[in-house]
Design a protein around this ligand. Structure first.
Ligand code: GLY
Length: 558
């Protein structure tokens, strides 16, 4: 049987239920899935008005920057993985870059890495890349103008939107940090307290910023008034980001990475995403196990062990590929075969350190972020993960602009052994350096059958992104789950250090006990990541989509 036929059968099985329930009016022209219904609607409106998936994805991203400001925005960055109707795959790296004055030890105080500095305030931000990536994507691959996508989002920012309960809760949780910056409370507080659920949040300054970029292009942001306002604020508040750093910012076009898994080609984002590398590395390990026929506890044990091995590699090998050589052998089949031998299906095994990929001798050397997926009937597909890092980023809004700056500097390894916000530790490969991009876990991924795209997925949740994407791929490609079943399935997460198996609370007591019996130290979490998926129906005639039930998103099409 041809590889792709096998994949087709698995995929067809995955959608059997969905196909039987096919409704008249099932979307055939395009599909959008995002974490916010207003953003999904904005994407669908663009598709309906003649835009393609790239235009729609940018409209979704810009709208999320208004209604989901705690997760992403033009003060942050993104990875855009695009499949064009002509068959080309490309990666637009809009990750933040460290300022020219950044130094390796800039967050060390009295000998110790200070994560307060890397997470909050003026030193926490890198140069944002989202608007540069969106501008490039629309100019080169869209049918609309960036201006057409910015203006509706500006109108929404001006008018405001009722604050959802989860937004209000997150805002409340960071209120004390936001209070340090009057320009931030001016946006997110009413009458001296954080905006409450159900209240209207209008952001006239952000509307002005979007309109100014619509009129004068991305240069207004990188080489004009925004960069000047930021420079002035940073100088007055002990920051090191300058207008010159903004002028130097550039996106990078990178080659996607890929592997074959169960007969499907899985294509993902290369470094500085660590997510793509480790999703592929783990799939390569997992193909040595008959996951479908394992009992659930054994399957979870095998998944957790694969995660542990991959995250041990992450901590050592991964960093910005423009600064360090990330071994390509991490995604080689031979390396995965060696790692798979270290996994005992019946119990947890300690992993002392990272592995040594075959080319190493020559080559050595809490809720945030957002993911959205879009597809159109021309054959264009987008998987985009965007972030300002942790909720409300650095907590700094640049006065008069409405732009919340990222705290992506915390994604560097600020000192060996000092965990970042996500408990991730890193090594020299991910140390701070001027102009360097911090390592990311964002893993926008596309799956192909017979060379045709069938799934676009990705997630939010720091390192848990990687585990969520992996488990959804296993769910759909091994276990025959539909996208909504795959998104809704209970998840686990293992990131090597700490040697803890995080499990969602709703995992059954029997499975929890079975994992403890296999030697795992369990910690319960309310949720592991938030994910969105868009997929083709098995007959190729329509689209289906799923937004994570852990957040209040939506999938829509026409
Ligand atoms: N800031 C989270 C990530 O990029 O992994």
């Amino acid at each position: 049987m041809k590889l792709y036929s096998l994949c087709f059968l698995l995929f067809a099985a995955a959608f059997r239920v969905a196909t039987l329930n096919t409704l008249a009016g099932e979307p055939t022209h395009g599909m959008v899935a995002s974490v916010n219904p207003l953003a999904t609607q904005a994407g669908v409106a663009v598709l309906k008005s003649g835009g393609n998936a790239i235009d729609a994805a940018v409209a979704v991203g810009l709208t999320l920057g208004v209604v989901d400001t705690h997760n992403s925005g033009i003060g942050g960055g993104c990875f855009l993985l695009i499949h064009l109707a002509n068959g080309a795959n490309m990666c637009i790296d809009g990750r933040e870059m460290a300022p020219a004055a950044a130094t390796r030890d800039m967050f060390i105080r009295e000998g110790k890495g200070d994560t307060q500095l890397s997470q909050t305030g003026p030193l926490a931000s890198g140069v944002p890349g989202e608007i540069a990536a969106f501008d490039f994507a629309v100019k080169h691959y869209g049918k609309k103008k960036l201006r057409d996508l910015l203006l509706p989002a500006a109108d929404l920012a001006e008018k405001g939107f009722p604050v959802p309960a989860n937004y209000a809760k997150l805002l409340f949780s960071v209120a004390e940090d936001l209070r340090k910056f009057p320009s931030s409370t001016a946006v997110f507080f009413h009458d001296g307290r954080p905006v409450a659920a159900g209240e209207n949040l209008a952001q006239p300054d952000l509307a002005g910023t979007y309109r100014a970029i619509a009129e004068r292009g991305a240069d207004w942001f990188y080489r004009g008034p925004f960069a000047a306002a930021l420079d002035a604020w940073m100088k007055n508040h002990g920051g090191i980001l300058t207008s010159n750093d903004f002028a130097q910012y550039h996106i990078e076009l990178r080659q996607p990475i890929a592997t074959l898994y169960r007969g499907c080609e899985v294509v993902s984002f290369p470094p500085p995403s660590s997510g793509g590398v480790h999703v592929l590395e783990m799939l390569n390990i997992l193909e040595h196990f008959d996951l479908k026929n394992l009992d659930e506890a054994t399957r979870m044990n095998v998944l957790a062990e694969a995660m542990k091995l991959a995250f041990a590699d992450r901590a050592y090998w991964l960093g910005d590929p423009d600064f360090v050589k990330v071994p390509r052998g991490l995604i080689s089949k031979a390396y995965a075969a060696d790692l798979a031998k270290q996994i005992h299906p019946a119990h947890a095994t300690p992993v002392a350190s990272h592995g040594l990929p075959p080319d190493w001798q020559t080559d050595l050397f809490k809720k945030h972020t957002t993911h959205f997926s879009v597809a159109d009937d021309q054959g264009n597909w987008v998987a985009c993960t965007a972030t300002i890092n942790t909720s409300f980023g650095s907590k700094v809004v640049i006065p008069g602009t409405g732009v919340t700056m990222n705290n992506q500097m915390d994604d560097f390894s600020i000192q060996a052994g000092v965990p970042n916000h996500f408990g991730l530790i890193g090594a020299e490969a991910n140390s701070v350096a001027p102009g360097k991009r911090p390592l990311s876990s964002m893993s926008p991924t596309l799956v192909f059958r017979n060379g045709q795209p069938i799934i676009s997925l990705g997630a939010a949740g720091g390192p848990k992104i990687i585990s969520a994407v992996l488990q959804e791929l296993v769910g759909m490609l091994d276990l025959g789950l539909s996208p909504s079943q795959a998104v809704g399935a209970v998840r686990i997460h293992q990131q090597w250090a700490p040697d803890t198996l995080y499990v969602e609370k709703k995992l059954s007591a029997t499975l929890k006990q079975a994992l403890i019996d296999r030697g795992h130290k369990l910690e319960e979490l309310p949720a592991v990541a938030v994910s969105q998926i868009v997929a083709r129906s098995p007959d190729g005639k329509s689209f289906t989509g799923a937004a994570d039930p852990r957040a209040g998103g939506s999938a829509g099409g026409w």
